[in-house]
Design a protein around this ligand. Structure first.
Ligand code: SAH
Length: 275
């Protein structure tokens, strides 16, 4: 069995309990050395074979994993954050399927969650944004034109931008061109959850200067949107005048008082479903 394991965003204790157990039991670990915290490898047994995939090709990675698995060894492929985002796992899974080798995925805490924690932010605020766009600028890996930053910017939803710290001037221009006000709040979170984490707050127009001022050139996420600053609406879920599946309203809502809406009315049912 080969298990793809999410290592979490950086801090050694942000791997899952399951991921930790898999590392402890592994005979072979292939880890993404460019971003995985090497401290996690101290969980491995003394006799565990450890490979850094930053120095390997896909073919070499597959060779280590498949030869190991076929000789009955437990193999862990350790990816940063959660492997489902920019992890290049599909191509590995497809190779394993061709060879009839079983695999599983153990999820991890993605860096976009680590960044929200560092910012003390909620990406989905009522009255501001109820969606998060996770994307990147095109680099050596192209991004389909229909997914351009400017087209997503038109939605004014919260955006978390990966793999783009080297292109911040272009990123600002795209965001503004797509419809973000140049003064929209933005943040750069460098190495979220690592001891050297930096949280830089700025606006859409001065992303590049802000990063340059702190010598941030990589391993950062850019967060953009009204959720970073300013007002929002209270949640319906915890509103005393709101009835949910688990709690009866303790005070009448302003709307109910005004309209004397009977309980169980269509509007009340709709409210319940919409929380
Ligand atoms: N699968 C990973 C993303 C890998 S792509 C995840 O779920 O987080 C690598 C990019 O992720 C980096 O260029 C950077 O943009 C971002 N990244 C990874 N770890 C980070 C961290 N601790 N803080 C900020 N950004 C991080």
């Amino acid at each position: 069995m080969i298990t793809f394991v999410g290592a979490g965003p950086g801090a050694e204790d942000l791997i899952t309990v399951r991921g930790q157990d898999l590392l402890k039991e592994a005979d072979i670990v292939v880890y993404a050395g460019s971003l995985v915290n090497p401290g996690l490898l101290s969980l491995c047994r003394e006799d565990c074979e450890i490979y850094n995939s930053a120095k390997m090709t896909l073919e070499e990675v597959m060779d280590v994993m498949t030869v190991g698995e076929r000789s009955g060894k437990k193999v862990v492929r350790l990816h940063t954050g959660d492997p489902c985002l920019y992890g290049a796992i599909r191509e590995q899974m497809d190779e394993l399927e061709k060879l009839d080798i079983p695999y599983e995925v153990c999820p991890g805490v993605s860096s976009f969650c680590g960044a929200a924690a560092a910012l003390g932010a909620e990406y989905t605020l009522p009255g501001v944004s109820q969606s998060v766009v996770i994307t990147r600028m095109a680099g050596r890996t192209p991004v389909p034109e229909r997914e351009s930053i400017r087209s997503f910017a038109a939605h004014q939803a919260t955006m978390v931008i990966f793999l783009s710290t080297g292109m911040l001037k272009e990123l600002s221009a795209e965001l503004i061109c797509g419809g973000y006000d140049p003064d929209t709040p933005a943040a750069i979170v460098y190495k979220a959850t690592w001891p050297e984490e930096k949280v830089l707050r700025c606006t859409v127009k001065d992303l590049a200067e802000t990063a340059a001022g702190e010598h941030v050139t990589k391993t950062a996420l850019i967060v953009v949107g009204g959720i970073l600053e300013g007002g929002y609406e209270r949640s319906k879920l915890y509103d005393p005048s709101f009835t949910t599946e688990f709690r009866e309203a303790s005070v009448p809502s302003a709307k109910e008082e005004q309209k004397e809406t009977a309980p169980g009315s269509e509007s009340e049912k709709r409210d319940r479903e919409e929380r």
